[in-house]
Design a protein around this ligand. Structure first.
Ligand code: GLC
Length: 556
């Protein structure tokens, strides 16, 4: 048993709760969640046991991409409240010992940001803060790159007669990180929030800030919409210089937490991004596991790949850096619908998946509603989708001749809107989220799947999450201990140990619809070693037998 010499940090011991403010709680009855709504629910969050709240963007925005298109980095979207509401939220959170992270979206701004409006003017001294190019002589855009949200990555601006680059929607022009003045303006803004007392940032789409020099065409453009031009702008050489400067000019001077959204960073490269001696980010949201989501047609769970991917990240950062642990966020469908069995083992699969990721080495993130086992929305028609990514896809698929039924089936399992339906607080009208008309439809299953009912049910998903959080807080081994996979090739069970200074725990999760029997060898639990399980009578059962989607935690 090797103890891993990790330095102790508050953000390693924390559990983070991600809030999608538009859908969390509506305080003023206009149908949209807001900051006063979050304040109303701080006691719920405190009672759940989390330590840190990450708020998705709360800044003024025309909401083309629900706030990820920011029009003013230092204001509050009026739908969500005022700066006084934010200050109040920060104070009330801090009073309860809860820290607050904001979302830093600086690969791009909104086209309605004053910086971009100025930059559009020919001759403006902010012209170079964005990326402008002439079209090709034949009238085509400057190159053949595709946007991550479908269609070309360039938009023609008739005011200046040039095109601007937008890797996401056309209302999200990319900032030009080669411009030192632009970078300095970003750093000033970040320091302003840190001086206000925010406790860190989740850093959006940050691996896209460096583009291939010269902006060449993709040599063999395949189906551009299916394969956005990632190789031209994702984790390109030289990007770490920008990351180093960003961190040195801002976070390094504060005791804060940073987690970068890191599409394209491999485990081999991860130590450069989060190695504790590098002075860059604390953690990354890695995308290798997202490839296992099976969103296309919902292929379900590939357990062998899941084990090998997560184990590579656990062992790859061991002793060097820290993992961010997650199974949900606002960009992916609900995990119980994707990997679990919502029909026959909804509660069991929601809790088994939870234990599987939660006890690994790293900081666990919970996305709002995940702690209730919220599921995908039963969308019945294409006009119910709100997300700009879905709307662009529908346009493009329609042009390709795909049938409505086919598109609907695809988006039912893959759309980001699945994660964005309102939080289910009660069994009553609109799930207690709003007294108004909700901006996005509430899932009808709130009549039996909601926080109020689960609070009173000892066997609920909610109470399982509370128990996991309590245990992790009480046991340093579950925070700092070394991770080792056991039952490597077992096709049903994900099992691992955590070890620290002579203490050892075993996590056993049957991620399948079938019962399991096996041998645990050296990982056989001691008598009375049972700590937690998702079947009521689990303490009395032998560890070598698990029922469908049964998950247990033992002390060895
Ligand atoms: C990130 C966000 C996503 C957003 C995109 C563009 O991936 O998580 O919601 O659409 O960046 O900002």
């Amino acid at each position: 048993m090797n103890a891993v010499a990790h330095t102790q940090r508050w953000w390693k011991e924390a559990v983070v709760y991600q809030i999608y403010p538009r859908s969390f709680m509506d305080g003023n009855g206009d149908g949209t969640g807001d900051l006063p709504g979050i304040i109303e629910q701080l006691d719920y969050l405190k009672d759940l046991g989390v330590d840190v709240l990450w708020l998705c963007p709360i800044f003024p925005s025309p909401n083309d991409d629900n706030g990820y298109d920011i029009a003013d980095y230092q204001g509050i979207l009026s739908d969500f409240g005022t700066m006084a509401d934010f200050d109040n939220l920060l104070e009330q959170a801090h009073d309860r010992g809860l820290r607050v992270l904001l979302d830093l979206v600086v690969n791009h701004s909104s086209d309605e940001h004053a910086w971009f409006q100025e930059a559009r003017q020919p001759g403006s001294d902010k012209r170079d803060w964005y990326i402008w190019r002439d079209g090709k002589p034949n009238g085509e855009p400057p190159n053949n790159w595709a946007s991550i949200f479908s269609g070309p990555a360039w938009e023609y601006d008739d005011l200046s007669g040039q095109y601007y680059l937008h890797l996401f929607s056309r209302k999200q022009p990319d900032l030009n990180w080669e411009n030192a003045e632009m970078r300095e303006a970003v750093y000033r803004m970040v320091r302003w929030w840190l001086d206000k007392g925010v406790d860190g940032f989740r850093i959006d789409a940050i691996t896209h800030i460096r583009k291939e020099p010269g902006f060449p065409d993709l040599p063999n453009p395949k189906n551009l919409s299916a394969v956005p031009s990632h190789e031209m702008h994702r984790n390109k050489d030289g990007i770490l210089n920008y990351i180093s400067e960003l961190c040195a000019e801002t976070f390094a001077h504060y005791d804060v937490m940073t987690v970068g959204e890191a599409n394209g960073v491999t485990i081999e490269q991860a130590p450069d991004w989060v190695g504790e001696d590098q002075g860059r980010f604390n953690m990354l949201f890695q995308f290798e596991q997202l490839k296992l989501w099976g969103t296309e047609g919902n292929d379900g769970l590939d357990l062998a790949k899941l084990k090998s991917t997560l184990t590579r990240w656990q062992k790859g950062l061991e002793g060097q850096g820290w993992n961010a642990l997650f199974v949900e966020n606002h960009d992916i469908p609900r995990i119980t619908s994707t990997w679990g069995n919502t029909e026959h083992y909804w509660r069991e699969s929601a809790t088994a998946i939870a234990l599987m990721y939660f006890m690994m080495q790293g900081t666990p993130f919970i996305y709002q509603g995940q702690e209730l086992g919220m599921t995908n929305h039963p969308f019945t028609s294409l006009d119910q989708f709100d997300d700009v990514a879905a709307r662009n896809l529908i346009k493009e698929w329609r042009a390709d001749g795909r049938s409505d039924a086919d598109m609907l089936a695809d988006l039912q399992s893959s759309s980001r809107d699945n994660a964005r339906t309102p939080m289910q607080w009660t069994r009553h009208t609109n799930a207690g989220f709003t007294i108004g008309r909700p901006w996005l439809a509430v899932n009808p299953n709130h009549q039996w799947l909601n926080a109020a009912d689960q609070a009173d049910d000892p066997a609920s998903v909610l109470n399982f999450y509370k128990a996991m959080i309590r245990l992790r807080r009480a046991e340093p081994t579950l925070v700092y201990g070394q991770y080792d996979l056991v039952l490597d090739d077992d096709p049903q069970v994900y099992a691992y140990t955590r070890s620290l200074e002579g203490e050892q725990f075993l996590v056993l999760c049957n991620l399948s619809d079938d019962a399991w029997q096996g041998e645990l060898g050296a990982a056989t639990p001691a008598e009375n070693g049972f700590c937690l399980g998702n079947y009521a009578d689990a303490a009395a059962q032998p560890a070598i037998e698990l029922r469908p989607w049964e998950a247990r935690l033992y002390r060895l």
